[in-house]
Design a binder for this molecule. Structure first.
Ligand code: SF4
Length: 217
């Protein structure tokens, strides 16, 4: 399935890297940049995340510098991502807690990641996958939507989708799921107006079958 998604994307147009994959490759998976990048990526386009992470880490290179940074200065640097008041506060809170409780390091396990201020399952799982290459399934809006459209799961919440996907998909594929689904969701299975006709998964897709049967009715 993951290979078929990539084949479809390449058939339609060669994709650009997702923001987290780009960070993983450029910064060799620096856990702090991945964690902050994931916080910044909420409700914004990938391009905005990449720009904001670059600006922020050009000015503040360490967790100590981030913890001491002026909040208004952080807001200015990350403004392109939207919700920058909330995100700037979260970045400062997280940096402070990393120093106080984790010796300035980003933890590499789900429980400690979830104990950081404002860090939920998606962010924690992204850090595990993109920073530590640990098997986890970060479920964002793309993963949740596409899994339901395909009929892989029938769920109402990302948390339930994560549970279902981890029980149904072999662990060896987990680290690839988020990146592939995000690329597929940005380029093919878009939130509005999915490109079903060139999609190589349409024969096995629940959404497509329903679409066709309702157009025949
Ligand atoms: S057929 Fe359409 S809805 Fe189904 S996975 Fe492909 S693009 Fe998405």
């Amino acid at each position: 399935m993951l290979d078929t998604m990539i084949e479809t994307i390449n058939k339609v147009k060669p994709p650009r890297l997702t923001a987290l994959k780009e960070l993983q490759q450029e910064e060799s998976g620096d856990p702090l940049q991945i964690l902050i990048g994931t916080i910044l990526s909420a409700r914004t386009r990938d391009e905005n995340t990449t720009i904001a992470v670059r600006k922020l880490f050009t000015k503040y290179k360490t967790v100590e510098q981030l913890a001491k940074a002026n909040t208004k200065e952080i807001q200015k640097l990350i403004k392109s991502t939207g919700f920058y008041h909330v995100k700037a506060k979260r970045i400062k809170d997280v940096a402070n807690m990393l120093i106080e409780k984790h010796a300035g390091r980003v933890p590499d396990n789900i429980d400690e990641l979830l104990s950081l201020p404002g860090v939920g399952r998606k962010t924690a799982n992204c850090v595990l996958v993109y920073a530590f290459n640990r098997p986890a399934v970060p479920v964002d809006t793309h993963v949740h939507r596409i899994s339901n459209r395909l009929g892989l799961v029938e769920t109402k919440t990302p948390e339930h989708t994560e549970l279902e996907l981890t029980s149904k998909i072999d662990k060896k594929y987990w680290t690839q799921i988020n990146d592939t689904f995000v690329m597929f969701g940005q380029n093919i299975c878009k939130p509005v107006g999915p490109l079903c006709e060139p999609c190589l998964l349409k024969r096995s897709c629940k959404y497509y079958r329903q679409l066709k049967s309702s157009s025949l009715a």
